[in-house]
Design a protein around this ligand. Sequence first.
Ligand code: DON
Length: 309
Amino acid sequence: MPCQSSDELKLLVKEAKVCTNYGKVADYIPELGKANPNDLSIAINYPDGRCISAGDIDKKFTLQSISKVISLALVLMERGSPYVFERVGMEPTGDPFNSIAKLETMAPAKPLNPMINAGALVVTHMIKGDTVEERFHRLLTFIRELIGDDTIGYCERVARSEFETANLNRALCYFLKQHKIIQEDVETLLDLYTKQCAVEMNCLDLARIGMIFAMDGVDPLTGKRIMPDDVARICKTFMVTCGMYNASGEFAIKIGIPAKSGVSGGIMGAVPGKFGIGIFGPALDEKGNSIAGIRLLELLSKNYRLSMF
Ligand code: DON
């Protein structure tokens, strides 16, 4: 029996919130360093349109790495999986999200998966269009469709803050360009990537996206298919194997829900066939995942037997 009321969620938030004291907000993107580490919010979106939530649910945050699942879904639709997987792999790395180490040992230098930064940069490179504006518009249109809200946009301050400081991602791009995995101008790609990462929403919106993935790409309220079920299946599989980076194995054992985190403190969960989860808690653990968000998911999974395994 899944969690049924916002009151039940409030109790879980209260319990998990203690963990926020043991995490730190990301500050390698200076704008993210301004977040309040004690924030914690969660929403669950059911296929019948019901939504329950707790915490500071109106707070907006940027998607950061959660956007990687969405851009992957878009390029799988635009290019087809053979094209995409010729350029990015399917295997977990066991390394931090921004590591360059495995790229150097791979021949060709194809990133191991689309959830690490190197792989996500290749995926963003594949978004169709002639200009950054056109390509970003395609992505934003897709995100707006997933949520059913045309007002979703991005935070210019966060995008600029990352663009100005993203030297590690620049290094990854130059490496990929040298090895002909990407062809475009590095600054252009980073402009698009940092805008993608800065798409902004609250946890209710995020839960709604999770629900569409959980329902294999169909909006159950309208019956409209937003992405092919195969695309939703591939994305959820990557969420299980690589969604929490080098914490994915432990997360699968303890929680067992396809999920994707971002350094802003967001986590999107998709409980297959059941519901979507959106969490925001900007205090992170040492692997870059929301520390209280993971605790909250652990409590939810145990109390309501949500593990898919
Ligand atoms: O590229 C970066 O470093 C960020 N825009 C996103 C990284 C991220 O969210 C990793 N997730 N936990």
